[in-house]
Design a protein around this ligand. Sequence first.
Ligand code: GTP
Ligand code: ZN
Length: 357
Amino acid sequence: MSTHAKGRDAARAIDALRRGWPIRLNAEDGAIRLMAVEGADAVTLAGFDPAGRADILISAARAETLKLANQLAAADPDWPVLVERAPWIDADVATAISDPVLDLASPLKGPFRALPLAAPHAAKAALRLARLAGILPAFFLLDGDGPAEVDVDADAIGAYDDAVHLAIATRARLPVAAGEHAEIVAFRSADEPREHVALVMGRRDASPPVIRIHSECLTGDVLGSLKCDCGPQLHQALHQIADARWGILLYLRQEGRGIGLVNKLRAYALQDQGFDTVDANVRLGFAIDARDFSVAARMLDLLGVKDVRLLTNNPNKVAGLEAAGISVTERLPIVLPANPHNERYLATKRDRTGHQL
Ligand SMILES: Nc1nc2c(ncn2[C@@H]2O[C@H](COP(=O)(O)OP(=O)(O)OP(=O)(O)O)[C@@H](O)[C@H]2O)c(=O)[nH]1
Ligand SMILES: [Zn+2]
């Protein structure tokens, strides 16, 4: 199958899940039909699963919270877990099983029973699809035989946000507060709707530019959230770039470290209950950092940049760029004063995700 056809199938599956439509996911070990638990109600569930037999697929981390993890000797601790559909599990209970934010308000009773996965590779691809769709990683699951709105292969999901088809769409002068000599460059991929942009500042020469890779943060960048340091870091970075001979800000549409706005806000709700930013992500069933910096490397490539001086405290960004073929000649720290709301966030970055602060 061509990469474009794969991208189309993955995009359709993401769209279908967000709308609450069933999909069929095919992998080397079998096919499964899935409907997102998020947004399902009694009517849509009955349409998908008239016999009330669909089991519930959740992440390994969520299974651990539900005390299900030890029921199966899984070959891979990252494999999702299938929860048997007891007769009392309706759409509302399934939502409570899926969403850790609800744990305080509606403690789960159980007992739950874990079932062996018939197609673990398909199930794992389903969880990746949930992250790409920005929904909770939880599905009603039926076997592969039967109707579904969309068919998608696991390898199409794996390749979905590969930056291969990224291209420069257009560019224009954009004087900004930090500096008047700036040009905005917009990037587009045929497969993926999110448009990344680069702001190139100063006069280009042969020296390595100062680069900041900024991941979108609606709450911090736009609303001035004090929970994180994204907004001040963005503006500080623009000024540091403007002060350099030349530099580039890459603005990546990877909200919430790649889990999407709604899931990030779910993580915030868990933080309100006392979890830190790392544990909140894990409890939701996501990686601590779901970002892939190869898209940044591809953008630099398209801009003709091979060597950079990178503004970051995050060693994973340096490693991610280097792995994608960009040489980081220097790491420049970006340090801002804490406020009472983001002290813990910054401490977690330092203590748990290796940020050099
Ligand atoms: N999932 C999740 N994402 C968050 C949280 N707080 C901020 N983010 C996201 O984190 C991203 C910013 O990444 P940071 O970890 O602040 O910084 P970094 O970019 O990895 O490291 P530096 O380059 O050193 O700043 C943005 O996409 C934010 O939306 C949170 O509590 N949970
Ligand atoms: Zn932020």
